[in-house]
Design a binder for this molecule. Structure first.
Ligand SMILES: [Mn+2]
Length: 325
């Protein structure tokens, strides 16, 4: 798929007119938002001679991504008060944790639930990663450098869970090949993602697996993390990335749920499925995401009450009715 020349021209014009550029990545960052943002950052730094900042407002960044070029340039607050904003991999503006009133925003994303908050919206729900969107835009503006390719490839590899998700198609492999041509090192990047786990991430996995409970004839697997688990293991949010997939890996499970109760009482819920639309469930609770991967946040609800409500929604939506897609 190719973007309209007019869209690319609009992006080019915004980049050329900009006095400063802020690249935003979403809170509780993953490899896609940071890889996409950093890939764009290194390109802009090379070609535009204006101040460029890359921002993530979460306190903690995933350390295992520190091999990404310019990772150490990520700041935790936005300093530029005016100027162009490029938002990466966020379905809605509140995912970035900043006020963006009156700012010109280029919205680069691949979430179905994207609210089109940008002045320019480049949202491709069928693309496997935000970096795939960014690549298809920026390759039309400048040559993709090795540093940029490393960032975009890492984002793609991570969001496709090593090329295993339903979003993987020939276009994804074309993009991967293009990035490898530009200098991305597949084996090295895979090793960085797979073999740099923290001890806390294994310890929290151990405790979380103990919490596994099956509901609705085993079709729904629920995992939970308590503030005590977090305290005992020292796990930070990035250490809990991917926990929910363990419930989904069970043969009988169709929908997996992970509830993380933060020390401040806020509960973060991740939903995964083998094809059923869990974004619908998330949207009932004010969240969003993709068909097979979505999430939301709630406050001050007893855990079991929350789980029961989620199960009710899953039942009402008929997600475990057994009609296999
Ligand atoms: Mn993404």
């Amino acid at each position: 798929m190719v973007f309209e020349p007019a869209l690319i021209e609009r992006v080019k014009a915004l980049l050329n007119e900009a006095q400063t550029i802020t690249i935003l990545t979403h809170i509780n960052p993953d490899a896609d938002t940071l890889g996409t943002g950093l890939g764009i950052f290194v390109l802009l730094k090379k070609h535009l001679h204006i101040p460029v900042e890359i921002v993530n407002t979460s306190k903690e960044l995933p350390h295992y991504l520190d091999f990404l070029p310019a990772f150490c340039r990520i700041k935790h607050r936005m300093d530029f008060e005016k100027g162009l904003v490029i938002a990466c991999d966020g379905g809605s503006i509140d995912r970035f944790g900043v006020e963006l009133e009156d700012r010109t925003v280029i919205n680069i994303d691949h979430h179905q639930s994207n609210t089109r908050y940008g002045s320019v919206n480049i949202v491709m729900p069928y693309y496997a990663s935000a970096s795939q969107v960014a690549l298809r835009v920026f390759e039309r503006i400048w040559p993709i450098t090795q540093a940029c390719a490393t960032c975009f490839y890492t984002a793609l590899l991570s969001d496709t869970r090593y090329f295993t998700t339903s979003s993987v198609n020939d276009e994804v492999f074309k993009v991967a090949a293009l990035l490898i041509d530009a200098g991305a090192q597949p084996a090295e990047i895979a090793a960085q993602l797979r073999m740099r786990r923290s001890l806390a991430s294994l310890r929290i996995l151990e405790r979380t697996l103990h919490s596994l409970t099956l509901y609705l004839e085993g079709k729904v697997g629920v995992l939970s993390v308590t503030p005590e688990d977090i305290k005992a293991t020292g796990a930070r949010m990035p250490d809990m990335d991917g926990l929910v997939d363990y419930a989904l890996s069970l043969a009988v499970v169709e929908v997996a749920v992970l509830c993380i109760v933060q020390p401040d009482g806020e509960i973060r819920v991740s939903l995964r499925s083998k094809g059923e639309d869990v974004a619908k469930v998330a949207s009932r609770f004010g969240g969003g995401g993709h068909t097979v991967a979505a999430g939301f946040t709630v406050r001050q609800i007893p855990m079991q009450e929350l789980i029961d409500t989620i199960l009710q929604e899953i039942t009402t939506l008929g997600l475990t009715d057994g009609k296999k897609k």
